[in-house]
Design a protein around this ligand. Structure first.
Ligand code: ADP
Length: 498
């Protein structure tokens, strides 16, 4: 029987809603942006009511465009962003503090000085950083007048964006989150699958303000009957996951050793490591890939690269070597190789596995014969080398090989990049037809709980491959390229930044 699932993909700069049919095809689609609020350098906020308004507007528009009865709603959301609101009135006590916001860096310094680093890593899989929700929540409790007292009285609730949306969709009936979002708060014990008392105590966070943690696929509640959501009244909210984990699920990376890499402005790689958690991650993050049942989780390693698609933008907007992003492929394909040119895009330092915030960008191997096309190629290749470094570190930390890498994101459109990536990793790369993997993952989670799909095998069959990139570079040549890249990286490290 035909059925339709609505995915709400609540991202950092826009909200999207997509209706999928039970074949995984898009039947309705809408997207709206909302304000990015920068009160001070390094601070980033969103208005939770604007997020909510954008979500209902897109949800209604997508549902109307599809014109079908929706069986279930799934949520994928920007992670770590922190919302605090009044239990009775539903009014947020402040703007949401966005994951990018650095205002709590000093609180993190204090936690490190208090000797909490190892404890945080052992329990949460994370490294102490302003990125995660815990210190953002503490900041709100400490700085918004009266909120700490109201929280102690039980009048205030905390949630990541998924919780906020579930609460709003259910008309304030359900205060819940899923395992993957809880795993990004830096307050959740990802092994015992419960909020960690010691960390809540250390951060002075009243535990009764935290949401109930539920499986990523399961009925959270039903949409309330209200004027703004009439078309969706009664529909079960049946899935939720953080955006990167939703994409992993949407790419059907269900088994240990399967990984996805999103080539956007930066790159996000997530590798499924199965039900047995790996604790020693060598500064990569350990997180929950997904929890389909109460008390059970699958784990993942996660790592990111700061500069990926952004280097293509730099080539276009600053160096002006290309007129548009897709032109990079045409230019790069006009020469047979990089002509000996290597580019290390350490614009903001280097992450895994170098961890050098003083590294800076460098371009090596230039001769009088260097052409624009060689530089374009070196820039594309730099993305593939960085991903190779990252995935090699992940394979080492997990003790297992990545046997399938599934790709998505804007820059995965580059065939030159994808082929070179397959050559460097010596792994097949699989690019799907539908690169809206985040929304698809949310739909999969919800549809699974609502009986639209029976099991993961059925979901895996819905994923349609656009193209497989098979490694075809001679091993000696591959090793010579990679060794030369590592030499170039060595020259970019530890630059004296003035
Ligand atoms: P984000 O979600 O991080 O904003 P996207 O997934 O939309 O990013 O990807 C945008 C990036 O993809 C841009 O940095 C752009 O340079 C790159 N990009 C888009 N199209 C192409 C293309 N055809 N070839 C190479 N890179 C591309």
């Amino acid at each position: 029987m035909d059925a339709w699932v609505l995915a709400l993909d609540q991202g950092t700069t826009s909200s999207r809603a997509i209706v999928f049919d039970n074949k995984g095809r898009i039947a309705g689609n809408d997207q709206r942006g909302f304000r990015q609020i920068y009160p001070q350098p390094g601070w980033v906020e969103h208005d939770p009511m604007e997020i909510w308004q954008s979500v209902i507007a897109t949800a209604n528009a997508a549902a109307n465009a599809a014109g079908k009865r929706i069986s279930a709603i799934g949520i994928a959301n920007q992670r770590e962003t922190t919302v605090v609101w009044d239990r009775k009135t539903g009014a947020p006590v402040s703007n949401a503090i966005v994951w990018q916001c650095r205002r709590t860096a000093d609180i993190c310094e204090q936690l490190i000085a208090a000797g909490l680093s190892d404890y945080v890593t052992q329990k949460t899989g994370l490294l102490i950083d302003a990125y995660f929700s815990a210190t953002k929540l503490k900041w709100i409790l400490d700085n918004i007048p009266g909120v700490r007292q109201r929280a102690k009285n039980g009048d205030i609730l905390f949630g990541t964006v998924d919780s906020w949306l579930i609460w709003k969709l259910t008309g304030g009936k359900v205060h819940a989150t899923d395992y993957t979002n809880a795993a990004r708060t830096m307050l959740f014990d990802i092994y015992a699958l419960k909020w960690d008392e010691h960390l809540c105590h250390a951060l002075e966070i009243p535990m009764h303000m935290l949401p109930e943690v539920m499986p990523s696929s399961g009925i959270f509640g039903n949409v309330t009957d209200s004027a703004e959501l009439r078309t969706l009244a009664g529909v079960p909210v049946a899935g939720a996951a953080g955006d990167q984990q939703a994409a992993l699920f949407g790419q059907a990376c269900f088994e240990s050793g399967m990984a996805k890499c999103t080539y956007g402005t930066g790159c996000f790689a997530v590798m499924n490591t199965g039900p047995l958690p790996k604790k020693n991650a060598d500064r990569l993050l350990v997180t929950i890939a997904c929890g389909l049942q109460k008390g059970k989780a699958e784990y993942a390693l996660e790592g990111s690269i700061f500069n990926a698609g952004s280097v293509i933008q730099w080539l276009r907007d600053d160096l002006r070597l290309i007129g548009s992003a897709p032109e990079i492929d045409i230019l790069a394909a006009s020469v047979p190789d990089n002509g000996g040119v290597y580019f290390v895009p350490a614009f903001t330092g280097l992450g895994a596995p170098y961890w050098d915030m003083y590294a800076r960008g460098t371009m090596l191997g230039l001769t009088r014969g260097t052409k624009r096309a060689h530089i374009a190629r070196a820039v594309l290749e730099s993305i593939a080398y960085q991903v190779t470094d990252l995935l090699t570190a992940m394979q080492k930390a997990s003790g297992s090989q990545i046997f399938k890498l599934r790709v998505d994101g804007g820059a995965s459109a580059s065939d030159v990049l994808m082929q070179f990536q397959a050559d460097m990793l010596r792994t097949d790369l699989d690019r799907p037809v539908n690169v809206e993997t985040t929304a698809l993952g949310a739909a999969f989670l919800a549809g699974l709980a609502a009986g639209v799909w029976k099991n993961k095998e059925e979901l895996a069959e819905l994923r349609q491959c656009d193209r497989i990139f098979v490694p075809n570079m001679d091993t000696h040549m591959r090793d010579a390229y990679y060794a030369q890249w590592q030499r170039a990286v060595a020259r970019s490290l530890d630059w004296e930044v003035h």
